[in-house]
Design a protein. Structure first.
Ligand SMILES: Cc1cc2nc3c(=O)[nH]c(=O)nc-3n(C[C@H](O)[C@H](O)[C@H](O)COP(=O)(O)O)c2cc1C
Length: 201
């Protein structure tokens, strides 16, 4: 096949997931894929976003569910919210019924990454529970294997697990994704792209 078309679809309020999404995009391009970065629609009122100090400029256009059919792979980025995906991402998936009915995503790779404030605040449950939705859509779930050697490091506090890339924003949200975490996100982008190429080839 020619370049696998990979959609990196995310929601981000304070930019951590956005930064990881950009690193996934880099990984897709490094592996010879054609990346698109996109956001799910916002559900919070503008005044509430402003009060919460949400980021106003975010990378990529807002994507609607029907667009998913035009991609060979999907990489989903969501903040951890009570150990689960955020409502904006849940709502997007809840609008994917017609795609599910047509089997439009069956056999395509799907992968997940996340950000949380705390180190053990539910990153793994967020990624795994999001993977359940991808499985219902018929996707081939792709994680982040130990081929990404950075995952073995215990020299510093770091996200990333065999389930997917992640970052830890810290209790005040001020910590930014570290070089190690960004490496993990790029690795995940490369892996999804390579698998998309093999599955469609
Ligand atoms: C409603 C809500 C629930 C949250 N739940 C968790 C949680 O379960 N564990 C955790 O460590 N952080 C939690 N957080 C913090 C977010 O994960 C954090 O703001 C996010 O990772 C930042 O990503 P972003 O910069 O891309 O928006 C929660 C935040 C909100 C607003």
């Amino acid at each position: 096949m020619s370049e696998p078309r990979v959609l990196v679809l995310y929601y981000s309020m304070y930019g951590h997931v956005e930064t990881l999404a950009k690193a996934v995009v880099e990984g897709v391009a490094e592996a010879g894929g054609a990346p698109t970065i996109g956001r799910v629609p916002e559900l919070m009122p503008a005044e509430m976003l402003e009060k919460s100090g949400a980021k106003t400029e975010l990378a990529g256009d807002v994507i609607e569910p029907e667009a998913l059919a035009g991609f060979d792979a999907l990489v989903v980025g969501t903040p951890t919210r009570f150990g689960n995906m955020c409502a904006q991402m849940r709502n997007f998936f809840d609008r994917c019924g017609p795609l599910w009915q047509k089997g439009a995503l069956e056999g395509k790779p799907g992968s997940v990454f996340t950000s949380s404030n705390t180190q053990h605040g539910g990153q793994e449950t967020t990624i795994i529970s999001t993977q359940i939705t991808l499985l219902h859509l018929g996707m081939v779930v792709v994680g982040l294997p130990y081929g990404y050697q950075g995952m073995m490091s215990v020299d510093e506090v770091a996200g990333c697990s065999p389930y997917g890339a992640s970052t830890i924003a810290g209790p005040d949200g001020k910590r930014r994704p570290s070089p190690l975490e960004l490496q993990g996100a790029r690795f995940q982008g490369r892996r999804v792209t390579k698998i998309a190429g093999r599955l469609s080839g």
